[in-house]
Write a protein that binds this ligand. Structure first.
Ligand SMILES: O=P(O)(O)OC[C@H]1O[C@@H](O)[C@H](O)[C@@H](O)[C@@H]1O
Length: 659
């Protein structure tokens, strides 16, 4: 049924309720969760942030519908959609929730339910009296949809089923739950401590979109990072040894307090070979460093034996954090708790999983000096536009900028490495000959891995007694939109209501630049920033998009003029005031940074430029003017304000219809 729709476009597909009153009360253009509806993938992507803006609206149907209204997406009616759930209560008494000793809800399936299933079209309905039998009757990986009363019954049902479910299984709460309960449940499942097959503790982090990370307490090493579609993003060798005291060949070993062989310690220091503990009570970090719940704090302190080989007392706190976007963040805090200074070097030795080493390129290291470990650490300067691989590479690039990108053409994805406090970047691939010499590495595996490490190597970090150093690494992955043909040309009406372009760009840019100011309208990219954006995003995609925007520019200007002439107050409210606000916000950001890339609605550009030259007072803009004496209903109806509101609605519908 859905095959005929282009899943790359925004679609909200379904059918209204079969209950007339429901349609009458809520609208004939609304489809309900109970009936089931489909939202195309790109629309679902922009939905998340929108839904967060309406926590006060009760019921998922209302929140969904409000966002659709905000995004300007209408219902595509597909009469085949109807209630998926089988109404057990229709032909008999309501199923009762009976409390048993274990406080399990027990749905008592009666013969008339089975009869009713038969009558409704031979539905394959089977009854089970125990959660265990029910779970075991389903094929793995299991997906169980529950439709029980909101609140405690949902918790009890989840608990009852979870006892028998296995990793990879999934419970979907299909009821209309109060969002705070849903959020609480998501938090509860965000962090799980388990044991690996050697009995070593490991922590599983999950985010609500299905991304995950696994961190072993052996070495504080991240061993797995999976995107929301479940694909593994880190490489681990098939020959990796998971038994302490060896570091696992893969994931993200932490090299501390020494990188490589630049000191008296074993290669890459001892931290990756030690057992870390979970830090139950870490000193607080900045709230932005944990704005989700999927994180774990680990702690490493030196043992007596460690102090013999490296006589410096320290506390190494590591927070591994999975953001709501599925990015993996590692924040290290190293404190000197000794009475004398010490120096250390550090690297997050990240093994990225790639399609084929000859298909990837690394950008962000061009023109930098590097120390080549294959030539006795001799210093060279990178000459290429980007780093590609044809033989063994073992280098430390010095003083790099804070974002590095790894483009994997074949797998059509790009990793971004964002770092703070880590000026250097180690790049390593052993290639064919060396691979054969590494015991815990497959002969051919060099093709599927590339180490690109955020590091502080050339200039070791020195901490005085009591001092603390913080370093951050954030890894993200985005699909590279390399297309053989450019995206279909967009009409002006499509991109007037295309906040997705701006937010997609903004989220990509966030990985590359320090300051982004964006609103959720259409997109404009200023001349200067084009080069930068094309640099970080797939070129042909950007070029096609920029051309579309250029072609549409005149039409947009005309539309804006029309709007200004026909509805001047509306224009002032939705365009001019925003121009003032954006211009003033941009000015304040621009005062603090050398360069700012702003993603704003193209229609706002002339206004922003105007107020750039004549700055306005933001306080005035934000002050609500004193209330005018109340008007009677009759006056309101006759007032221009009401007429304009009417026009605004008509205008909105006009635009929506043109999509
Ligand atoms: O085998 P290890 O100790 O994990 O190190 C792997 C590689 O790590 C790199 O960072 C080093 O520069 C290489 O020389 C080394 O071979």
């Amino acid at each position: 049924m859905l095959g005929k729709y282009d899943h790359r476009l925004w679609y909200y597909i379904g059918a209204g309720s079969e209950i007339y009153q429901q349609n009458k009360d809520f609208g004939f253009k609304m489809t309900f969760g109970g009936e089931g509806f489909a939202i195309s993938y790109p629309l679902a992507k922009v939905f998340d942030s929108c839904i967060e803006r309406y926590p006060h609206l009760y019921g998922s149907d209302s929140r969904i519908y409000t966002c659709l209204a905000e995004l300007g997406v209408g219902l595509t009616s597909e009469p085949g959609f109807h209630q998926v759930g089988f109404k057990l209560s229709r032909h008999g008494p309501k199923p009762r929730l009976k409390r048993r000793r274990k406080r399990l809800p027990n749905l008592r399936l009666q013969p008339y339910h089975l009869q009713s299933a038969e009558d409704e079209g031979k539905l394959p309905l089977f009854g089970h009296y125990s959660p265990r039998d029910f779970v075991l009757s389903i094929q793995r990986p299991r997906s169980v949809v529950i439709l029980v009363k909101a609140g405690a019954p949902v918790d009890q049902t989840i608990a009852a089923l979870s006892d028998h479910m296995e990793p990879g299984d999934c419970i979907i709460d299909g009821g209309n739950e109060w969002y705070e309960n849903t959020e609480r449940r998501m938090q509860e499942t965000a962090v799980e401590v388990t044991k690996d097959r050697n009995g070593t503790d490991q922590v599983l982090l999950r985010n609500p979109r299905g991304a995950s990370a696994r961190v072993s307490l052996h070495g504080g090493q991240v061993l797995s990072w999976r995107a929301d579609r479940g694909e593994e993003l880190l490489f681990t060798s098939s020959k990796a040894v998971f038994k302490p005291p060896y570091a696992v060949r893969g994931g993200i070993p932490i090299c501390f307090p020494q990188f490589g062989q630049r000191g008296s310690l074993e290669q890459h220091g001892f931290a990756r070979n030690r057992t870390w503990i979970i830090d139950e009570n870490p000193p607080p970090l900045h709230p932005n460093d944990s704005d989700g719940k999927a994180y774990i704090d680990l702690l490493l302190k030196p043992s007596e034996d460690d102090l013999k080989i490296w006589p410096h007392s320290f506390e190494f706190r590591l927070r591994v954090y999975l953001t709501t976007d599925g990015n993996l963040s590692l924040i290290s805090r190293i404190r000197n708790i000794n009475c004398k200074p010490f120096s250390f070097s550090i690297a997050y030795h990240t093994y990225f999983s790639i399609s084929d080493i000859s298909e990837v390129r690394v950008e962000g290291l061009e023109t930098l000096d590097y120390l080549d470990n294959l030539c006795q650490r001799e210093r060279f300067t990178e000459q290429g536009d980007a780093l590609t691989f044809e033989s063994e590479v073992d280098r430390v690039y010095l003083g790099s900028r804070d974002v590095i990108a790894i483009f994997d053409h074949e797998r059509k994805r790009t990793f971004f490495i964002r770092k703070e406090g880590l000026p250097d970047v180690g790049v390593w691939n052993p290639w064919e000959k060396k691979s054969k010499a590494i015991a815990d590495f497959g002969d051919e595996e060099y093709k599927q891995m590339l180490c690109v490490n955020g590091a502080a190597v050339e200039k070791p970090i020195t901490l005085k007694p009591g001092e603390e150093w913080t370093g951050r690494l954030e890894l993200s992955v985005v699909p590279s939109m390399h297309q053989s043909t450019p995206p279909p040309s967009k009409t002006i009406d499509q991109y007037v209501v295309a906040p997705c372009i701006a937010s997609t760009l903004a989220s990509k840019l966030k990985n590359s630049f320090s300051s982004i100011v964006c609103n959720n309208q259409s997109v404009y990219i200023s001349g200067k920033s084009r080069a930068l954006i094309m640099y970080f995003l797939p070129r042909n995609w950007c070029e096609a998009m920029l051309k579309d925007l250029d072609d549409g520019h005149d039409k947009l200007t005309r539309k804006m003029q029309e709007l200004n002439e026909e509805c001047p107050t509306l224009f002032e409210t939705i365009v001019d005031e925003r121009d003032q606000y954006m211009s003033s916000t941009l000015l304040s950001v621009a005062r603090k940074h050398n360069s700012v890339v702003a993603v704003v609605g193209r229609g706002h550009l002339p206004g922003i430029q105007k107020y750039w030259k004549q700055p306005v007072s933001i306080n005035e803009l934000m002050t609500i003017p004193p209330q005018k004496p109340a008007l009677s209903t009759g006056k309101i109806l006759a007032s221009p304000g009401f007429a304009i509101a009417g026009v605004a609605i008509v205008w909105g519908i006009y635009l929506a219809n043109k999509i």
